[in-house]
Structure formats: structure tokens, C-alpha cells
Design a binder for this molecule. Structure first.
Ligand SMILES: [Zn+2]
Length: 190
């Protein structure tokens, strides 16, 4: 294996995470998908905004609270317009706020479809460097991704990590979820 490569790997989410909630029509806990539509309510100078999720079986709605009782004067006008226009990018930003979302529903399914955009960059060092970045973070496991990029088995990957043939910066364990952009250096694959 040639050890002189540098890859810029962008993780591109192809969908937003589904959430688990009790559906009153299905009368059980089901998955809800993000409709990418907002719902707003203005009352006595106070604004509420929700992001609408729908049951995958019956389309019943679950409203995810985004803003509650924000005074009209302190409301960001540009952001408000985005809510009113059902701006897709804004919807995605909220749909990927895992910590907030987890507090509002029973479970978030982060097992979503994604694709990797891999770009090879010129590199003179005797190692493999992987720059891993993603616009949206969705709890993807590092070992799963590295297995795919390096084309090695899971046990091999852990063996390499144990012998410090793989180093990540910031330092994270192989079984952790990707929470930030990472630089991975591979010094040996035997
Ligand atoms: Zn339902």
C-alpha cells in the first residue's frame, strides 16, 4: 500500500434524521420525518415557531418547538422571513441540532443516508492524511467511516489504532461519534 496520500473527505447528509415519538393516530411509537416546513404563531407580540415532523405511516404531525414566546421586537427579521418561506437550509440546521432534538422527543435516529465526497490532494509526506469534515453532524461513528475510506476490516482498524498507526486530531476513540472536523494520520498499514 502506498503511504503518501492526502484526502479531503466531506460527509454529505442526504436526509435529515428521523425522530421517534408516540403517534396518536397509529397509537404507538413511530418514526417521524422532517417535513422541512415551519409553523408560526403570533399572539400579543409574542411569536412561537415550530418545525413540523410527520409520522411515516399516517402523516400525523408532531411540532418540534424551535422558538417559544419570543417578543416580536427581539425577533431576528431575516430569520423570521426564512421561517415564513420554509427555507430548506434553515430547516436542515434545526433538524440536525441533535442535543436540542433529543430533549424534545423520545429518540433521534441518526442512521441516515449519506455520501462521501473524496478529493485527493497532493501530498509529500510518507503517510496518509485524511481531513474529515461535515456541514451537519449526525453521530456517525468514526470506525464505520474509516473502514469505508481505508478499505480495512474493523479488527484491523482497531489494531492500527492500538499500535498508534492511526492518530486523530483532536484525539478521539475509534468507536466515538464524529462531533467535529477531524484530521486523521495513518502511518502504517501492513
Ligand atoms: Zn401515525
Amino acid at each position: 500500500m502506498i503511504l503518501s496520500r492526502k484526502y479531503r473527505v466531506e460527509i454529505i447528509a442526504l436526509e435529515t434524521p428521523k425522530v421517534l415519538n408516540k403517534c396518536h393516530r397509529c397509537k404507538k411509537s413511530t418514526e417521524f420525518y422532517c417535513s422541512e416546513k415551519f409553523r408560526g404563531n403570533a399572539q400579543q407580540k409574542s411569536i412561537d415557531i415550530w418545525l413540523i415532523y410527520k409520522c411515516v405511516h399516517c402523516d400525523s404531525t408532531w411540532n418540534y418547538p424551535i422558538l417559544s414566546r419570543v417578543h416580536t421586537n427581539s425577533m431576528d427579521k431575516v430569520l423570521h422571513q426564512k421561517f415564513m418561506n420554509n427555507d430548506r437550509e434553515t430547516a436542515w440546521e434545526y433538524a440536525f441540532q441533535m442535543d436540542q432534538l433529543c430533549k424534545a422527543c423520545s429518540e433521534v435516529n441518526t442512521n441516515i443516508e449519506y455520501t462521501l465526497k473524496i478529493e485527493t490532494v497532493e501530498h509529500k509526506e510518507n503517510n496518509i492524511k485524511i481531513i474529515l469534515f461535515s456541514k451537519y453532524k449526525f453521530d456517525l461513528r468514526l470506525d464505520k467511516l474509516l473502514k469505508e475510506i481505508l478499505d480495512v476490516s474493523r479488527s484491523k482498524l482497531y489494531q492500527m489504532a492500538d499500535s498508534s498507526s492511526i492518530i486523530t486530531s483532536p484525539q478521539v476513540s475509534m468507536n466515538s461519534k464524529i462531533k467535529e472536523d477531524l484530521l486523521i494520520t495513518v502511518t502504517a498499514i501492513d
